[in-house]
Structures are given as C-alpha cells and as structure tokens.
Write a protein that binds this ligand. Structure first.
Ligand code: BGP
Length: 475
C-alpha cells in the first residue's frame, strides 16, 4: 500500500464558468464561455467556426446560471470541508475583475467575491489553488483585439495577473496560469478564444496565439514571484500519454509526435525554450512565429514551479487509414479506439495504468513536482428517492486511478496533490450538459437548466472522505 506524502493536497477542482453562474452580476462582463450554447452549435463555436459574439435570444447558455456557486459557495465549501478537503482548485473569472479586459481599474465587487471565497476556504484550512485563466476571455478582448492572436492580450493578462497576485497575496499560494494550455490546438475557441475567417492559415494563428500565451504565462510567473515570494506557480497540461497502435515504427514515431504537440507548451513553460522539434515543425509547415526582443529571455528566466495536469484518458494513434477510421466518440484528441480499454459513456478511454505512465513520463521529462489537478469520470447518475446516488462506477474509476497514482509515487514521482474534477456536479465544458456528472455531491439541475439546485450526497461522498482521512490508504 502506497504511503502518500504527508501534507498531500487532497481535494477537488472546478472552474468559474462551470459553477458560478451570476454571469452578469456585480459588474461582471461577458466572457467567451458565456457564448457557448448547448447541442451541435456548441461544437461549432468551440472549434472557432462562429461569427456571433453575442448571446442569441432563445438559446440556452448553461454558464449563465451554472450551479449558482456564486451565491451558494458557503454551503458547498462546508460540504467539501466535511469530506476533509485539504485543497480546492477554483478559477478566477477574468471578466469579474476586468469586465472588458482592458479597463483602467479593476471591478471591486469582483475582487471582493474572491476575497470572500478564499476566506471561506481558509476558515476550514482548505488551501486555494487558483487558475488564472480557465477557458475564458472577456468578450470585448475578442471583439476589439481578436483575442490571443493579438500581442496586446499579453499586457492585459499581465495586468490582470498582477492585480490578483497583489490582492490575494496573503490568501493564495498555489497558482496556475492557463488551464489545459495545449487545448488551444484542438479547440481554439475554448483554448484561446480564436475565431477564424474563411481561408485563414489557422495553424499560423494558433501557434502565434500560443506564443502570446507562453509569454503571458512567463510574465505572470515573474510577477507572481515578485509579489508573493513563496508562491508556487504552475502550468497546466491536458495530459494523457499516446500509445502507438502497433509496434510498426511509423506508428511509434507518430505517437511521439502526438505527445510532442502537447509537450511543446510545457517544454517552453518548464524548460524555458522552444524545443528543436518545434522549430522543425514550424519550418516544415512554413510557420513564422513573431517574437519580440526579450521574449526568449523571459521564457528562459521565468519557468514554472510545478507541473499541473489533468488526466482522464490515454490516447492511441496509428498510421493505418483503416484503423484511423475508428476514432473514439467525443474525444477531442481524436484517439483511435484501443482494443485493450473500455470507454466512458462519452467515449473517453478509461485507462488507470495510463495515469501511472503519464505521471512517470512528465516527471522524467521535467523533474519538477507534479500536481494532479483534474481526474474523474463523467457519468449519468440515477437519483434514488431519498436523494442519494449509488455511484459505484465512479468509486471504481477513482479507486483504480488513485491506486495507479500511488504506484507512480512508488516509482519515485514527486506528486504534491490530487484535486479530482467536479467534486460537485457542474456544467460540462465540452458538452454543456448537466447530465455528464463528476460529483460526490449531486445537484438538482438538468440539461435545460431546470431543477431546484438542491445539493445531496452520493455514495462516493463518504468513500472520498475516507480516502482523505486515511491519506490514501483506504481506497
Ligand atoms: C477539462 C477541463 C474542464 C472540464 C474537464 C471535463 O478539459 O479543464 O474544464 O470540464 O475537462 O470535461 P467535460 O466537462 O467536458 O466532461
């Protein structure tokens, strides 16, 4: 049985737009995620194929109310505390602080909300772990500047980061710059709020936007360390190792390249420079990344303190056109089906051992502490008459994954914490659905936004409580 390190940060993770609601309250501006409707349309927006930047009458936007965490956070944090949480990962909504993104002054009511939120966590000795940007950008920055394709975003982000470091310097020690930064390549609207015009060179725009985020991230690390000397500032990768479908060297080389698409971001954030394979990729694709004079130095001097990552599944790739036809459903990383593994109801491959492999891969590569800031099973739950849910499938998933995380620790990997995704049911990022649930706590709300929002405990609630109480010994 693995001994998890003393002080291991057990807890859960959420994102502002998926829980808060109150989307225009107390001065908050409209953000990119507030424009994500449900259904087929959502996918079109997420992949950057939209022209409208205003909510459409009659369309349902789940983030506008979400699970009303904005007004109910005290009740929710009390429940997290009851489970024994040591940490809670939340994100700050950029547009609560700077409603337009380029405002001269921050919005005091927005700042106050997070002050209250962090105080509430501290009351129970729950360590706040804060993502500075979790898939959101003030809409004005998209309209007026074209979002992250524009270098100016770097400065707006830096101002935003400095503002929150200064304000919360006594309350928050763990920070992360961009959530799942590599998502930019797969879902450019989600990752960087990019919207493309017909015929544009999308690859060029994506990598230029990526460069801007990488510089912005380095500037945030710099500012964070200056303002909060003992801060731990990390990056955040949507991780998951890529397996070759066969031992054919072509498949193996392709798997290496797929992994590098993701490592690229962390290589820059953690090692401090663009890797050789990226330079080759830019050459081969005739991409020109515009850099300013100090950029390389900034990237070099302000690398991250830890590697935050999400792990839901491994990926599998092939060079065989026949095999490539069998792409698993709902998988943003376009993985082919792995014959050895099952998948979730949304087609996400379930691979606990892949978790151990991924953690080892990341640690071998970066030799920095790892923080598992997302992991979990999105599933359809059946509510019993007494308000409970028998979510044994969720317990099973988490048990197996935590056991493999333990194996990684036995392998010598330095893991400092584990915040499972969506400890309370929240809006799904990819589908906008409420029925894709991850929580230990059930929320009475459906896909159309109906329900009382009442919270109730699932079977997994007591299970996770015991995991934390035993520091991972009792799974
Ligand atoms: C990650 C995101 C989260 C999240 C999670 C689960 O990509 O960082 O915001 O929601 O995946 O995805 P989904 O909600 O689509 O099931």
């Amino acid at each position: 049985m693995t001994q998890f390190p003393k002080g291991f940060l057990w807890g859960g993770a959420v994102a502002a737009n998926q829980v808060e609601g109150a989307y225009l309250e107390d001065g908050k501006g409209l953000t990119s995620v507030d424009l994500l409707p449900t259904g087929e349309k959502r996918w079109q927006v997420m992949t950057g194929k939209v022209d409208s930047l205003k909510p459409v009458e009659g369309e349902f936007y789940p983030s506008h109310e979400a699970i009303d965490f904005y007004h109910r956070y005290k009740e929710d944090i009390a429940l997290f505390a009851e489970m024994g949480f040591k940490a809670l990962r939340v994100s700050i909504s950029w547009a609560r602080i700077f409603p337009n993104g380029d405002d001269a002054e921050p919005n005091e009511a927005g700042l106050q909300f997070y002050d209250d939120l962090f105080d509430e966590m501290r009351k129970y000795d729950i360590e706040p772990v804060v993502t500075i940007a979790h898939f959101d950008v003030p809409v004005h920055l998209i309209e007026a500047y074209g979002s992250w394709r524009n270098r100016k975003l770097v400065n707006f982000f830096e101002t935003y980061a400095k503002t929150i470091f200064t304000r919360y310097q006594d309350k928050v020690k763990y920070w992360m710059t961009f959530n799942e930064i590599n998502m930019l390549l797969h879902l450019p609207f989600v990752g960087a709020r990019l919207v493309f015009d017909e015929g544009e060179n999308e690859l060029q725009i994506k990598y230029q936007a990526a460069h801007h985020q990488l510089v912005a991230s380095a500037l945030a690390v710099k500012a964070g360390h200056e303002i909060i000397p003992d801060a731990k500032i990390g990056c955040m990768l949507a991780a998951g190792t890529t397996y070759p479908y066969t031992s054919n060297p072509d498949d193996v080389a392709k798997a290496m390249e797929r992994d590098r698409e993701s490592f690229f971001f962390i290589d820059v954030q953690s090692r401090g420079h663009y890797p050789g394979y990226a330079k080759r990729f830019f050459r081969d694709n005739d991409l020109k990344i515009h850099m300013e004079e100090n950029d390389e130095e900034l990237l070099k001097n302000h690398t991250v303190d830890y590697i935050g990552f999400s792990y839901y599944s491994s990926r599998t790739t092939s060079t065989d056109p026949e095999i490539l036809k069998d792409i698993t459903d709902g998988n943003v990383f376009a993985s082919v089906a792995n014959p050895y593994l099952k998948a979730s109801e949304w087609g996400w491959t379930i691979d606990p051992k892949g978790f151990r492999i991924t953690a080892n891969q990341l640690y071998d590569r970066y030799e920095k502490p790892l923080f598992v800031v997302e992991n979990g099973l999105g599933a359809i739950d059946k509510l019993n008459a007494d308000g409970t849910v028998d979510d044994d499938y969720r317990i099973e998933y988490l048990k197996e994954h935590i056991a493999e995380m333990g194996e990684a620790i036995e392998d010598g990997v330095d893991i400092i914490g584990y915040t499972s995704w969506g400890p309370i049911d929240i809006v799904s990022a990819s589908t906008g659905e409420m029925k894709k649930r991850y929580g230990y706590i059930y929320v009475d709300r459906d896909n159309e936004g109906k329900g009382t929002l009442k919270r109730s405990k699932k079977k997994s609630f007591d299970w996770y409580k015991q995991v934390i109480a035993s520091n991972g010994e009792k799974l």
